[in-house]
Ligand binder design. Structure first.
Ligand SMILES: [Zn+2]
Length: 128
């Protein structure tokens, strides 16, 4: 650690004083921490609709599978309140909405820019 370097308040690695930036609120971090913070925030935004979509699709698929044998999930009993045809329409809509939300997730992943990796930062480990 040279004279102009300090330990990063977030990760503890030596970094240049002038490279410290605000992460969130008053917390400071080095360029690498800011990059990781931005990357994690982007990942959360991209993955949230996909996770919700999986749940909605699974609920639709589960109630459809159970509906075939004349059963239903307790939380989805209301589905058949307007008749069997409407119930199947709602089951289909649940599956379709789940797939649509997954599509939103994929689209966000393509549209939202990835944060720029700071120069000198070690590349991520290569997955096998
Ligand atoms: Zn850091």
């Amino acid at each position: 650690m040279s004279a102009s370097e300090v330990p990063c308040p977030s990760c503890g690695f030596a970094c240049r004083v002038e490279s410290l930036q605000h992460l969130s609120g008053s917390q400071l971090g080095c360029a690498d921490c800011v990059y990781r913070h931005k990357e994690a925030k982007r990942d959360r935004i991209v993955q949230a609709p996909g996770a919700a979509g999986c749940l909605v699709f699974l609920a639709g698929a589960a109630t459809a599978l159970l509906g075939v044998v004349g059963l239903n999930l307790k939380v989805l009993l209301w589905i058949d309140a307007w008749g069997a045809d409407t119930g199947w329409l709602i089951r289909g809509a649940l599956c379709a909405s789940g797939i649509a939300l997954l599509g939103v997730s994929v689209a966000l992943g393509k549209v939202l820019p990835k944060p720029e990796r700071p120069p000198g930062m070690a590349p991520p480990p290569i997955a096998d």
